[in-house]
Design a protein around this ligand. Sequence first.
Ligand SMILES: Cc1cc2nc3c(=O)[nH]c(=O)nc-3n(C[C@H](O)[C@H](O)[C@H](O)COP(=O)(O)OP(=O)(O)OC[C@H]3O[C@@H](n4cnc5c(N)ncnc54)[C@H](O)[C@@H]3O)c2cc1C
Length: 349
Amino acid sequence: MNDQTSPATTVVETDVIIVGAGPVGLFAVFELGLLDIKCALVDILDKPGGQCAELYPEKPIYDIPGYPIITGEGLVEKLMEQIAPFHPTLHLGQMVESLAREPDGHFRMTTDAGTTFLGKVVVIAAGGGSFQPKRPPVPGIEEYEGTSVHYAVRRMEDFRGHDVLIVGGGDSALDWTLNLQPLAKSLTLLHRRDDFRAAPDSVKKMRELVEAGKVKLALGQVSGLKGAAGQVSHAIVKDKDGAEVHHPVTRILPFFGLTMKLGPVANWGINLDENLIPVDTATFESSEKGIFAIGDINTYPGKLKLILCGFHEAALMAQAAVHVVAPDKKVVFQYTTSSSSLQKKLGVI
Ligand SMILES: Cc1cc2nc3c(=O)[nH]c(=O)nc-3n(C[C@H](O)[C@H](O)[C@H](O)COP(=O)(O)OP(=O)(O)OC[C@H]3O[C@@H](n4cnc5c(N)ncnc54)[C@H](O)[C@@H]3O)c2cc1C
């Protein structure tokens, strides 16, 4: 599989452009692949798996057919293995911004990373929308984002030798406290109260580091930042009594969770119903010919936001999309158990 972040100005030509590499977008590659349809997947996250990978990688899921128990991460691994024979191109870390139809009926889609996709069909598997970190209500924080203030750790080395302030009380805040402490010059964990929502073992380890004087635990909220030219020098922390303390810091990691925003999908001219895409349940096509919507992003009478429902939708979508991609193709319904032609595509014979 071509796992890549496309360089700027790349043009990718494919049969189907899939917006969203969550579990449903991934399975769509399989169903389309069985019909000889090539796919490109785009996702704003830096890894495939959507909500399963980002929100609950280690939680067990109990209602995936055939798996009495599987974690979010485990399911994504299995889906990636299942679609590997079809070699989809994966374009991660980029948000699809615009979608337009060309005079020849093909779709042109562009991302904020400068990639252009040309395809005959668009499948929107954008779930609840694009994941975006919640920004804490600190005046002027935007000025330091990407330089001193980061909402994710892309490279641990970027924090080596810095005075790091981690803000939050959940798993991300605690995990990064434990992981960055050995690299940082100093590390302060700041939370509103002395009560954490993270795994008990992480909380225990954090407290041991505080006891040993290796991590400083502060209670309160960031009320302001001081610095210049995008470089923070101090975080102003207000405690519960309203007293302000200036902490010298050079890197700040606020972990206030992620929100899912519909984002640019709202501007693509497709009919929406309360930010969801109404579809025809025979084909999962939207109000626009050639644009399909599957998984959590769609709506229809009886819709359930379950992974297994998204898988069913992917199968029916593929049967309809093939007629748009290859109008002259004769489609014969076949089982993977008994069709040697499907087995050849899967590389098992
Ligand atoms: C805590 C929790 C537990 C759950 N447990 C279960 C369970 O036990 N069983 C079950 O069936 N379901 C469960 N669900 C629901 C399940 O995770 C969703 O139904 C499923 O993830 C939907 O898959 P999807 O592929 O449609 O969307 P998502 O998983 O939301 O993936 C959509 C992807 O699209 C990307 N995207 C959106 N807009 C853009 C854009 N403009 N450009 C680029 N990328 C974009 C997003 O970044 C995201 O990665 C749970 C959900 C949560 C939060």
